[in-house]
Design a protein around this ligand. Structure first.
Ligand SMILES: Nc1ncnc2c1ncn2[C@@H]1O[C@H](COP(=O)(O)OP(=O)(O)OP(=O)(O)O)[C@@H](O)[C@H]1O
Length: 265
């Protein structure tokens, strides 16, 4: 599905991502982990067209993504959520998802201004897609509620629903469990499995909650200081001394996230 080859990103003198190669198979659930500042978000930002890699190629089903704008990457089939929730807080849950859906609609700006038949058809289609997505993520009861009024865990789910409304082939989730309580995290795990199983969407996540990562991921890639230091099945990564060293060798990482964040937690 996604082939990332020898990707590097240099900011001034800092190499944030260093020669990383990674393949994401179709319909898999993959995680990218690593201590603070390891380069995970920069990696997502390159895949989604926010940053252009200094070097390397990124192909989605054989099509080169490097050089595309973020909106073109979404159209190609890659959607994402952000580490810090980025919902339109003064819009309802339904409207937030409709915004995501617009990338797939046929009506133009002119249609919207002139309120043409095509515009009304598109609006109806977007509203129906939003209804289906709200139902899928279990947020139907919040349909008309402003996004800002939703409980935190539900705001994260709404972001996922908005990403899914673009009908992606691949969805990138940046710390989806951040700030969630254990029950919300269990719900999220079930939702991520359904995204893959029911919608056939490939999932790649960045996550610090190691319990979630180890039980959900089929394959894990570990970054540290921008470089890939390990990859493999959860039990292989968990037992890799380089990974433990990356987390526990840095008191800051262990202290900041506590036991939950270490691969053996
Ligand atoms: N736009 C930028 N300009 C300069 N440096 C940047 C920029 N974006 C990220 N960096 C640096 O690149 C490195 C990797 O950052 P990145 O945010 O990708 O790490 P991360 O693994 O996502 O960290 P975290 O787990 O804390 O979110 C850091 O040293 C960061 O300060």
């Amino acid at each position: 599905m996604l082939e990332v080859q020898n990707v590097t990103k240099i900011f001034g003198g800092l190499t944030a991502v260093n020669d990383v190669t990674m393949n994401i198979p179709d319909r898999s659930i993959i995680s990218v982990i690593g201590p603070n500042g390891a380069g995970k978000t920069t990696f997502f930002n390159m895949i989604t067209g926010i940053y252009t890699p200094t070097k390397g190629t990124i192909r989605l089903a054989g099509r080169e993504m490097v050089g595309l704008r973020p909106d073109q990457v979404v159209e190609a089939g890659i959607a994402r959520t952000f580490q810090n929730i980025r919902l339109f807080s003064t819009m309802s849950s339904e409207e937030n998802i409709m915004v995501g859906r617009h990338v797939r609609l046929k009506s133009t700006f002119i249609d919207a201004v002139l309120h043409t038949k095509r515009f009304h058809q598109s609006e109806a289609e977007a509203r129906e897609a939003a209804r289906v997505m709200l139902d899928f993520v279990g947020l139907s009861k919040w349909r008309n509620e402003l996004a800002t009024n939703l409980p935190y865990g539900d705001q994260r789910k709404l972001e996922i629903a908005r990403a899914l409304a673009t009908t992606p082939k691949l969805v990138l989730l940046d710390e989806p469990a951040a700030g969630m309580n254990p029950r919300e995290t269990e719900d999220l795990k079930a939702l991520i499995r359904r995204i893959r199983d029911d919608l056939g969407v490939t999932v790649c996540l960045i996550e610090h909650d190691m319990r979630l990562v180890m039980t959900l991921s089929e394959y894990i890639t570990v970054l540290d200081y921008g470089s890939k230091i390990s990859e493999g099945l959860p039990h292989q990564v968990r037992n890799d001394p380089r990974v433990m060293e990356a987390y526990l060798g840095r008191g800051a990482a262990a202290g900041e996230y506590g036991k939950e964040a270490t691969p053996n937690a």
